[in-house]
Design a protein around this ligand. Structure first.
Ligand code: ADP
Ligand code: NI
Length: 209
């Protein structure tokens, strides 16, 4: 298999899928996750082909963005066109299936080192200045207020359609991520981003008054 060619073809496929994406899951997000995943993966001695493929494909089957059945069948058709061996399809699919936070319901299900690496990279992009910006893009796109003291923080996230706010999302998910990082490399990178988010929330609340 010509690995370089497969990666290039996958990049094109993914770019097309995320073209009209304005909820913080655009192709720039995919590129950042890819870069960070390769960095962490090299440190952790993971299989970098699986890491790069899963990073590229990770949001093409996100149920918040795409119809589940359509997305998986689109992915399987793509595997056929690039003639990806089944063992590698399985390794990638395992990651795509379990890497989402999913209200905490996927905890412990991601088994492979490559999955842990890609999940850490995706989580890093949910943190820090970029994580903050993405949260407000998402809230705007899906009709959430940026803040409303009368809307309580959700404890059960199983129905993501329950109304919430961008600020609530920090308590529902973002501040939990630091303790859920899989790799030492990822955890170290997450520290500073977490501190930055805490300062942001403190400033936001001070200005809100
Ligand atoms: P995962 O890949 O772990 O499922 P998501 O795709 O749910 O992560 O979230 C990616 C980013 O989208 C979050 O880090 C956040 O910035 C934004 N986001 C997701 N859900 C919400 C929400 N309910 N309110 C605001 N932002 C959200
Ligand atoms: Ni993502």
């Amino acid at each position: 298999m010509d690995y370089k060619k497969v990666i290039q073809t996958t990049e094109k496929f993914v770019k097309e899928i995320h073209k009209k994406e304005f909820s913080g899951h655009d192709f720039a997000h995919i590129e950042r996750v890819r870069k960070m995943a390769l960095e962490i993966g090299a440190q952790e001695q993971a299989d970098l082909f699986i890491v790069e493929m899963a990073a590229l494909l990770h949001d093409t089957v996100d149920e918040k963005l795409f119809d589940k059945e359509m997305a998986w069948s689109r992915l399987n058709d793509f595997y056929l066109t690039i003639q990806l061996p089944v063992a590698q399809q399985d390794a990638i699919n395992h990651i795509l299936q379990y890497m989402s936070f999913n209200g905490g319901k996927n905890a412990g299900k991601l088994k492979s080192l490559e999955g842990k690496v890609v999940q850490d990279a995706d989580r890093l992009d949910a943190l820090g200045a970029i994580g903050i910006a993405r949260t407000f893009m998402f809230a705007g796109k899906f009709g959430e207020a940026m803040y409303d003291p009368n809307i309580p923080v959700r404890t059960d996230l199983s129905d993501y359609r329950t109304p919430s706010t961008a600020i609530n999302h920090f308590y529902e998910k973002l501040f939990k991520l630091i303790d859920l990082m899989n790799t030492e490399t990822g955890r170290a990178m997450a520290q500073q981003r977490n501190i930055y988010m805490k300062a942001f929330i403190a400033q936001f609340m001070a200005e809100w008054g």
